[in-house]
Design a protein around this ligand. Structure first.
Ligand code: ZN
Length: 50
C-alpha cells in the first residue's frame, strides 16, 4: 500500500513523494498530483526501488 503526497519546494517545483521512499520532482502542482495519484494507484512495488 502506498500513500503519496506532494510538497512545494522553495524554487517553485513540486515534489511528489511516498512513504515507500519514492519521489519525483515536477514543475507544477497539477503534474505532481498526477504522478502521486498514479504512484498510489499503481501496484507500484516494482517501482519502489527506482
Ligand atoms: Zn510508494
Amino acid at each position: 500500500m502506498h500513500y503519496a503526497d506532494t510538497t512545494t519546494n522553495d524554487n517553485g517545483t513540486v515534489t511528489a513523494f511516498c512513504y515507500c521512499g519514492w519521489s519525483a520532482v515536477h514543475d507544477t502542482q497539477e503534474s505532481a498530483d498526477a504522478a502521486a495519484e498514479y504512484h498510489q494507484n499503481d501496484d507500484a512495488d516494482d517501482y519502489a526501488a527506482a
